[in-house]
Every structure is written in structure tokens, then in C-alpha cells.
Design a protein around this ligand. Sequence first.
Ligand SMILES: [Zn+2]
Ligand SMILES: [Zn+2]
Length: 349
Amino acid sequence: MQQLIEFTDKGLYCAPGNFYIDPWQPVDKAIITHAHSDHARAGNRYYLSHHFTKPLLQARLGDHHYESIEWNEQVNINNVMVSLHPAGHIIGSSQVRVAYNNEVWVVSGDYKTEDDGISGAFEPVPCNVFITESTFGLPIYKWQPQSDIYESVCNWVIKNKEENKTSVLIAYSLGKAQRLLTALEPLQEIIYLHGAIDNMQQALQTTGITFPAVERITADTSKEKLKKGIVIAPPGADGSAWMKRFEPYATGVCSGWMQVRGNVRRRNADAGFALSDHADWDGLLSAIKETGAQKVFVTHGFQASFSRYLNENGILSAEVKTEFGNDDDEPVNAAGIVEDINTDQQQNQ
Ligand SMILES: [Zn+2]
Ligand SMILES: [Zn+2]
């Protein structure tokens, strides 16, 4: 029997609705879970996403035919009922619910179960089949509460200031950067942004979400102004000549991978904050259980071992090969780190 959602070489495909979800090759009709580059690619003829994802897609992918809807709004596509539900991963991120002939499938995209206050609280959606990510699908990944991490970040910034250093926080431009702005709010300082992050802030203006005061760093920004200040930059800028203007400075890398001992040193950072936009091990398992799904397909991350774990624990599961990548870290510096972890995992089996 044909599956309601098939795994094709272009992406996740719903045949009765004739649409794709987060396709990695250009298609006529794409439903987009969120604006990260491995899930939202240019070249599709039509995009459907959440209202908050739309301006981000416009900023990142340029001119295309975009339409957007609210969470829980039902759309009929060739008699397939489609709706979006908060995924809690980044601003606008959504799970896609697909219902047809009394069968419900949910595609999670990327998700996080802890409510970060700006991305919408993850909503468990009952379904027959759940397609989950597994970025941090190993038991070693267990996040500290967000409030604790935010406090550590603020304390680190205060310490740097006392030592006459600029604090340079390294964070992915979409997701982590916005959460850091929220984290730094109690310090009531102007936060200086790398252009790539400021571009996202500009795009997010239409969402009405409020952030602390920021200023874009340009060639004209005086060195004096940045002294002992706070800077947020994407991983691609880490270690580049662009950073020189902040000297003396300390770097703090914000990534779930920072939970693994050795990765802070490997990234040459002064501090590591295990702040992730993905669910940790417990988060993945609780999310899966709450869907009540009879079958779970596992995509990008530790899909082989995670899917095996589910099968061994009474949840029918299979891994799926996709072209979704690891967006919790920029590819620039992340490859080594991620590969190391994978190697460790394989050696442990
Ligand atoms: Zn993502
Ligand atoms: Zn992803």
C-alpha cells in the first residue's frame, strides 16, 4: 500500500496532495517547516509556511511565490488536510500535520520541547505516523534548563567586562542568536550584531516579537564603542580577521555540541554554552510518546541508533535517509566536531 508520505529522491512527498515537505530539489509545491537552509531551499514554484517563516524565507531565498498560514489553520490541498503546529525550534518553526482517509502523519521538521519564550511552545500532535529528527538522539544529551544557561551567559559577560574584554558570543544566525538576545536582556546593554544576524533581525521585525536594542557592526563602527561590549557573531566569523577589531576579547560558543567535553577546546573557545534549538534525548522520547504514533520514521541525526533504540523499546521505527543536515552548528567549524561524535558512537556499538 502506498504511504501517505513517501521518501523520494526530491524529499518527503505526499502523493494524494501532490506536495513536498522541505524538499531538497526544486518542486512545484513545497510546505516548509522552518527557514534553516537544509529545510528551506530556493527554486520551488510555491512555498507554504507559517507567517513568521515567510519573511525569513524572503530574506534568505529571495523572490518566490510565498504563502503563509497561522498555526492550527486547516488548508485543503486536493482533499488532503494540512495544518501547521508549533515545533519550538526557532521562530516560525512548525510541524506539518497531514490528514487523509482517516490517517494522520506528522512531520516534525526540527523541534525543541522546552519553551524558549520566542519560538512558540512545542505542541504534541496525535498521529498514526510521526517523522522525527534525531540531531541529539543519544542519551548523553541532556540540556540544563534554559534559565540556568542564560544566567551563565550573563555572568560570563559580566566577568569579561571586569577583565576589560569584549564578549563575543558565537551563535547560529537564525535561532540561537535570537535566543541570546533574550538571554542578555537583563544586562540592559546595546548588543552589537554581525551583519548576517542583523539581517535576520530585520526580517523578524514584521513578527512583532520584541528584542533588546541592537546595533549592526559595520566598517564605521568605532572600536571604542565595542570595548567591553557584547557581540553576537555566526560561527563562520569565528577566528576570522573580522574578529580582530574586538581585541581584547573572549569567545563563547553556543551550541548543543558544547555539552561534550573537549569540544570547547576543539573549537578554541574561551567558554562553551550547551544551548540547543533541538530536543535532547528525553525531549525526543517524550515528544514521540505523546504523539501516540504506531510508527516512527527517524531522519537526520543519530537516526540508525535512535531508530534501533525505539524498536527495542516497543515503538515500531525505521530510519530514513534525507538531505537534512545539522543546523545546530554552522558547517564551517562544525564538521570535525560532529564527525568526532559520530565516530565515538560507532566505536561504542
Ligand atoms: Zn533547523
Ligand atoms: Zn534540521
